[in-house]
Design a protein around this ligand. Structure first.
Ligand code: DSN
Length: 430
């Protein structure tokens, strides 16, 4: 028999076939195991989710939707995608779900395509005040091809000002209004947004990427009954694979939204990711997920309160979501300096702009923290109080320009190591 593949092609493991990539992947697992992950868009998926991702479904190509495909051999793909759709509908209590978006940005773009023509006007929160690139940032296709008007947050308290939203809607007459973002820590008044949208005959899109898991677990109000359409990512607090969702309560939007995804902005479906999405949605329907969602919210509030107690400024004075936004301007620090020092101490987060920030995105005046990954590994209020104190130690060290910041980082890293040892993830000896 002629062999067109290397020996062991169908059976040999990665460690044997490609030791370099295997080593880098193993090192990443170690990094995740030994550090405290505070990036708000990250989490730790279940072994079952990892398994679904690494299946032969990766070999299958399909386009279209279950029951209406453009390729043969789709019977199992159809079962899986339909199951993911049904689970998403059950979890979020909606009539329509699309589970194909490769990401939240793709989901948002599909909504643009479903309802807008190039040049149409969109009203959304600006990226610098907590919005998202795919909501019309000038650097993104949505900002280049559509006419974007932005609302922001109140200068004095960091909350959305609905009077400003109403005034801007009347001035710009948008066809689409977006609420939600990537650095807004508070509950959004979805019903007030719908009133504004209706007053100018606009479609309301709620992007719940940063709180979808809390909605699923009953720890946050749902935008579904208020927004015409909602989008989400599955990999943040929803605790699943990388990818996006589109949800709506009005089934009559199905044709437009489905076409927005395929053939609008995507081609074939990443079926192994859809299978893994189905797994994560199934996990989110279990009673444990509700407990986790409430723990995420509680942990986020403990972290925010600890930082505030230690003199660290938290934008809006707290949070209703898994994320906390810290303003470093009172400490005369930049996000880049602070996040680098925290990372050396085993606390991974991201630098982030804060409302009114004049520093560029590569520097910023803030930090964004999220508690979802830590909560998944079992951290509770006590651990997040410790984490808040460790963060404050690092920030105050930098602020006071202490001579031995690197010693402080080493001390914090050893406390982080002791904590993460007590909360293991992914058993390597299995
Ligand atoms: N939207 C980006 C974030 O908020 O971090 C990536 O998910």
């Amino acid at each position: 028999m002629t062999l067109f593949c290397h020996p062991g092609y169908f059976d040999a493991g990665l460690a044997n076939v490609d030791p370099e990539i295997h080593a880098a992947l193993a090192a990443e697992e170690d990094r995740q195991r030994s550090g405290v992950e505070l990036i708000a868009s990250e989490n730790i998926v279940s072994r079952a989710t990892l398994e679904a991702l690494g299946t032969a479904m990766v070999n299958k190509t399909v386009e279209g939707y279950p029951g209406k495909r453009y390729y043969g051999g789709t019977e199992h793909a159809d079962v899986i995608e339909q199951m993911a759709i049904d689970r998403a509908k059950a979890l979020f209590g909606c009539a329509y779900a699309n589970v194909q978006p490769h990401s939240g940005s793709q989901a948002n773009l599909a909504v643009f395509l479903a309802f807008l023509e190039p040049g149409d006007t969109v009203l959304s929160m600006s990226l610098s005040e907590g919005g998202h690139l795919s909501h019309g940032s000038t650097a993104n296709l949505t900002g280049k091809w559509f006419n974007i008007a932005h609302y922001g947050v109140r200068e004095d308290d960091g909350f959305i000002d609905m009077d400003q939203v109403q005034a801007l809607a009347e001035k710009h007459r948008p066809k689409l209004i977006i609420c939600g973002g990537s650095a807004y820590p508070r509950c959004i008044d979805f019903s007030a947004f719908r009133i504004v949208a209706d007053s100018v005959d606009a479609i309301l899109l709620a992007d719940m990427a940063h709180f979808a898991g809390l909605v699923a677990g009953g720890a946050h109000p749902s935008p579904i009954p208020h927004a015409h359409v909602s989008t989400a990512t599955t990999y943040k607090n929803l605790r699943g694979v990388r990818g996006g969702l589109i949800l709506a309560s009005d089934l009559s939007l199905k044709r437009k939204l489905n076409s927005g995804v395929f053939p609008g902005v995507q081609g074939s479906v990443i079926l192994n990711a859809v299978a893994a999405k189905a797994v994560c949605l199934g996990e989110a329907l279990r009673p444990e997920f509700e407990v986790y969602a409430h723990a995420v919210l509680n942990n986020a509030r403990v972290l925010a309160a600890t930082l505030l107690d230690r003199g660290v400024e938290v934008v809006t004075g707290g949070t209703d979501t898994p994320l906390i936004l810290v303003d470093l301007r009172p400490n005369r620090l930049t996000g880049v300096v602070a996040s680098n020092s925290l990372e050396r101490a085993g606390l991974t987060c991201n630098k982030n702009g804060v409302p009114g920030d004049i520093k560029p995105p590569s520097i910023t005046s803030g930090l964004r923290f999220g508690v979802s990954a830590g909560t998944t590994r079992g951290f509770g209020a006590q651990e997040f109080e410790t984490i808040g104190n460790l963060i404050a130690d690092i920030l105050h060290g930098l602020e006071n320009r202490i001579a031995n910041q690197s010693q402080l980082e080493t001390r914090v890293a050893s406390e982080v190591g002791a904590m993460t040892d007590r909360f293991p993830i992914y058993d390597t000896d299995r």
